[in-house]
Write a protein that binds this ligand. Structure first.
Ligand SMILES: O=C[C@H](O)[C@H](O)COP(=O)(O)O
Ligand SMILES: C=C(OP(=O)(O)O)C(=O)O
Length: 370
């Protein structure tokens, strides 16, 4: 090497990167925590049933329900066990899927979920987070319950997507080419939220882009940087979550969205998110939105046939608590067991009564549409 050139070398990359920490590969973590045939069958059956509901072949109502985020796997599993019993009880009317979100998109900054920071204290032990999330998914599969999650990081799906039956792309990333490409290769049905401004077109465009074959940069199971080529995902749909201008769960908005989807040649059946901008993030409002959706189902208008599913944010204890990373680091957090550390959730009793009402309305819809 020419010593003069070497002395003149100016570093121009990674100037703002403070460290790189290599992670185990997806293959290594999956080998450490493999899925049994029975667990994979739960995932596979969940995907097939969700597909059938989204396509209108199965007339049950899909209900994606669970905490805004999983921050304490023990409380999450406690919730999942209770939900598995209720899912069984309503299995003729509702297809209940556990909402198990490990990656949180933030408006600005904040805790980014169990994978990013499993100890909730800013230590960012991602290696432990990936394992904890995978272990949680295996435990839930043992309960026979399919799982829904949001895919946010483009690399993490290789570590856990084999255990997920339904995926969401969030309002903040629906317009992102990276997430649309990712969705085109994911093995399960994917819902795209409308934009945070309430705009539907970004989600419609996302469904179109994700249904196409795509080639992009990613990683393979061995953790190598790879050129990824996908076949396209035929199972994409819209999730109405409201927007800056207000909610969009009402019948008029649902019918309008279904019409736009049909005009674009996309699945006109959609999911209503009872939370986020549809509830103004109030867990009390969320229950009201769910009751409105139940009434739409019973009303047998155009919106009844367009609504394939509903999403509810629910945990053991109502509301949300503030997560203080510094307190958590000082081991002084005193978090309430079973209460959300992100968005406010309805509590368990409210969840049980809401699910019972949705089950009745689902039966009524099936009766009227016969
Ligand atoms: O569902 C969770 C939140 O609504 C979303 O991640 C944004 O949260 P934030 O606005 O508190 O950052
Ligand atoms: C972040 C979420 O929703 P949205 O993308 O609609 O804000 C969520 O469902 O956790």
């Amino acid at each position: 090497m020419n010593p003069v050139l070497n002395a003149d070398k100016i570093q121009t990359s990674n100037l703002r990167v403070t460290s790189f920490s290599a992670l185990q590969t997806p293959q290594e973590i999956i080998e450490e925590l493999p899925a049994t045939t029975e667990q994979s069958a739960v995932v596979d059956r969940g995907r097939a049933e969700i597909r059938a509901v989204m396509d209108g072949v199965d007339n049950r109502l899909l209900v994606i329900v669970g905490p805004c985020s999983i921050h304490d796997p023990e409380a999450g599993l406690d919730y999942a066990r209770r939900l598995a019993a209720v899912a069984q009880q309503h299995s003729s009317e509702l297809l209940i899927v556990l909402r198990a979100y490990f990656e949180k998109p933030r408006t600005t900054v904040g805790w980014k979920g169990l994978i990013n920071d499993p100890r909730l204290d800013g230590s960012h032990d991602v290696a432990a987070g990936l394992r904890t999330a995978r272990r949680f998914l295996l435990d839930v599969a043992d309960l026979g319950l399919p799982v829904a999650t949001e895919f946010l990081e483009p690399i993490s799906p290789q570590y856990m997507a084999d255990l997920v039956s339904w995926g969401a792309i969030g309002a903040r990333t629906t317009e992102s080419q990276i997430h649309r490409q990712l969705a085109s290769g994911l093995s399960m049905p994917i819902g795209f939220k409308n934009g945070t401004d309430g705009g539907l077109q970004v989600a419609l465009d996302a469904c179109t882009a994700a249904s196409a074959a795509q080639t992009f940069l990613g990683i393979d199971e061995a953790g190598r940087a790879a050129m990824v080529s996908t076949a396209g995902n035929a199972d994409t749909h819209l999730i109405l979550r409201g927007g800056n201008a207000g909610p969009n769960y009402d019948a008029a908005n649902v019918v309008r969205a279904a019409e736009l989807l049909a005009e674009a040649g996309l699945n006109p059946r959609l999911i209503v998110d009872a939370s986020h901008a549809n509830s103004g993030k109030s867990h009390h409002r969320q229950a009201e939105v769910a009751l409105d959706v139940a009434a739409q189902l019973e009303g047998a208008g155009h919106s009844a046939s367009a609504i394939a599913g509903i999403m509810l944010e629910s945990f053991l204890v109502a509301g949300a608590q503030k997560l203080d990373i510094a307190d958590q680091a000082a081991d002084d957090a005193g978090l309430v067991y079973g209460q959300s550390v992100t968005d406010a959730c309805m509590d368990w009793d409210m969840t049980v009564s809401t699910l019972a009402q949705l089950a009745l309305s689902s039966v009524q819809r099936a009766r009227v549409s016969r």
